[in-house]
Structures are given as C-alpha cells and as structure tokens.
Design a protein around this ligand. Structure first.
Ligand code: NDP
Length: 328
C-alpha cells in the first residue's frame, strides 16, 4: 500500500474548510489511489466545531482518507506534513487599518512559518489562501529559512478561474477552449488578468474580443471585484469557489501542467518581468515534477506594463509594511 500524503489545513472549521476538506478526503488532490492523512489546525475556541466536521468526514467513509488529526498547536499538527494549506487568517474587521490587518496576520503566519521550518517533511509545499494571501505567504516564507523559497505559494487560481469563466461567457467559447490565462501581481483589486497571451480556440483572446474598452472597463473590474459581487448576491463569501481553486492549485503543483497550457500561481519572484526579487507575486507558471517555472519571454506591451507595475507596487508596499513591523 502507498504511504499516505500528509496534508495540513489551517482554519479548518471555517467556511472554506467546510468545502475543502471533503474534496481532499475524497482524493481530489492526488487521485483515488493515493491515501491522504488530514492534519487540521484551528484556534482553541473553534476546536469543538472542528470535531463536528471530523464526525462528518468519518460519516463519509472515504476510501482515500487514511486518518485525521486535529489540534491548536502548529508544531504538532505540521509534524511531517507534505502539503500545508494555510486557509485560516484574520479577516479585516470594521475600522481596521491595513497595518493592523498585516500585524494580526503576522501573528498567525510568522509562528506557522517557524513551525513548518522545524517540523514539516523535507518535501513540504505551502499554499496560502488566507488573505492578504501574497503577503501572508511572504511572512511564512521569511520565517522558514531552511525551507527552499520555491516551496511557498499564494492562491491566485480563483482569480485565474474567474478570468477564464468571464472570457468564456464573452466569447461563447467553452472553458476548455481557453488556454494560457495569466493573472499578474497581487490577489487584490489591483490584480491584472492578461488577455494578450491568453488563447481562445488557439487565437489571442484580446484579438478575438477586439474591444479594449470592454477589457478595461468591464472585464478587468468584473474579475477583480467578483468576490464582492458574490457576497452581495449570496450574503456570504465565495467559500466554495475559493476551496475549489485551492484544490486546483495544489493538484496542478503535484500533477504538473499540460504541454499546451499554464496556470497562475503567486510565487517568489526571481526578478522576471521586472517584479522585484523576493516578492510573492502572481505569474504564468508551468509545473513539472512538483516544481514550478515562471513562463519566460512573453512580450509585455505598454498597457500590460502599467497594470503589472501598479499591482507589483502594491505588493512592495505590503512588504515594506510587514518589514516595518519586524515580521520579515
Ligand atoms: P473563510 O474560511 O471563509 O476564509 C478564510 C480565509 O480565506 C480568509 O482570510 C479569506 O479572506 C480567505 N479567502 C481567500 N479567498 C477567498 C474567497 N474567494 N472567498 C472567501 N474567502 C477567501 O473564513 P472563516 O471565517 O469561515 O474561517 C476562518 C477560520 O480560520 C475560522 O474557523 C478561524 O477560527 C480560523 N483561524 C485559524 C487559525 C489557525 O489555524 N491558527 C488562525 C486564524 C483563523 P477574506 O478575509 O479576505 O475573506
């Protein structure tokens, strides 16, 4: 029998956790032949609710679920884990300034980075979903000096999937006809979904659409503000699609990307496309053998350059703020 893959999920009793755990347990990350062991982290007051979720996991009798452990100590929960999905984060409260938000999250992601550094498996891969995801990933990475930087990532796959879906609706293509979508920069309102390299049925999306006005005034804001539109419509946040995107991200990091396509992942910049080295920024990446590579050699026109510079500037400001707080 195969050794189970140990997958840690933080904030496991939350909304995203409730959509995410059942899919992981059913084999969505590594396939039906690979057993998984779940390691679920919560803050102490949420452990009782988490016990209820574990009762439901038991009741599903998933053949791929080899075990579940819960707790509130990252040093115990992260012990020997191969993947860590960092979902739990401090949401922005009323009247909270950005500095307060970053500081509160530093109090979560710095200790979690340290714990991963000391107890995770040698092949640990970290995916941050909890917001502000890019900067939370930067904090975790900076507090885990022994883990190679390329093992840290933040989620921009939901933005990527939203961008594909909106483009499919506009062009009448099916989502499977759309390849090489890219989200650049920060998982925030400044993110840049790039249609100048995306293909629709093999043709450049921006040319298929041929409407710069729509691209700037409708498409980009619709993708960037989709989360708010969902809160408006359903009265709570887009937890199921965030969970689904987290599955896609970790699945593709493990399984690789097809030869004719790429995905968007926020990863540690090596300076590509003028993004300062060390920032966790979204790029087009291909994945092979569990290792991502930033797609090289794309031509960036003036419009895209301006958009990328703006979102990367925001990432730099967030980095400077957490540096100022002594978190990195
Ligand atoms: P959710 O499960 O809905 O969201 C968790 C995080 O994911 C938030 O930071 C949220 O950001 C982020 N997120 C990213 N993309 C999306 C998206 N598309 N839609 C919605 N959220 C998105 O939050 P809950 O409050 O239900 O659950 C959080 C849980 O985390 C709680 O149970 C809490 O106890 C736990 N927690 C655990 C910690 C730990 O394990 N040490 C530390 C902190 C919290 P945004 O705020 O921008 O919506």
């Amino acid at each position: 029998s195969t050794t189970p893959v140990k997958v840690a999920v933080t904030g496991a009793a939350g909304q995203i956790g409730y959509s995410l755990l059942f899919r992981i347990a059913s084999g969505a990350l590594f396939g039906a032949d690979t057993p998984v062991e779940l390691r679920l982290l919560e803050i102490t007051p949420a452990l009782k609710a988490l016990e209820g979720v574990v009762m439901e996991l038991d009741d599903c009798a998933f053949p791929t679920l080899a075990g579940v452990q819960i707790g509130d100590d990252p040093n115990t929960i992260f012990d020997g884990v191969n993947h860590a999905l960092l979902v739990g984060a401090r949401p922005r409260g009323p009247g909270m300034e950005r500095g307060d938000l970053l500081e509160a999250n530093g109090g979560i992601f710095a200790p979690q980075g340290k714990a991963l550094n000391s107890v995770a498996a040698d092949d640990i891969r970290v995916t941050v979903t909890g917001n502000p995801a890019n900067t939370n990933a930067l904090i975790a990475m900076s507090n885990a000096p022994d883990i190679p930087k390329e093992r840290f990532s933040a989620l921009t796959r939901l933005d990527h999937n939203r961008a594909i879906s909106q483009l499919a609706a506009k062009t009448g293509a099916s989502v499977t006809d759309i390849k090489k979508m890219t989200i650049w920069g920060n998982h925030s309102a400044t993110q840049y979904p790039d249609l100048f390299h995306t293909l629709v049925g093999g043709r450049v999306a921006a040319e298929v659409v041929n409407d710069q006005q729509w691209l700037e005034s409708t498409y980009i804001p619709t993708v960037a503000k989709r989360g708010a539109a969902i809160i408006d419509a359903r009265g709570s946040s887009s937890a199921a699609s965030a969970a689904s995107a987290t599955i896609d991200h970790v699945h593709d990091w493990a399984a690789g990307t097809p030869a004719d396509d790429w995905v968007s992942m926020s990863v540690c910049s090596d300076g590509s496309y003028g993004v300062p080295e060390g920032l966790i920024s979204s790029f087009p990446v291909t994945v092979a053998n569990g290792t991502w590579s930033i797609v090289q050699g794309l031509e960036i026109d003036d419009f895209s350059r301006g958009r990328i510079d703006a979102t990367v500037k925001e990432l730099g400001e967030e980095r400077d703020a957490v540096k100022g707080l002594g978190l990195i």
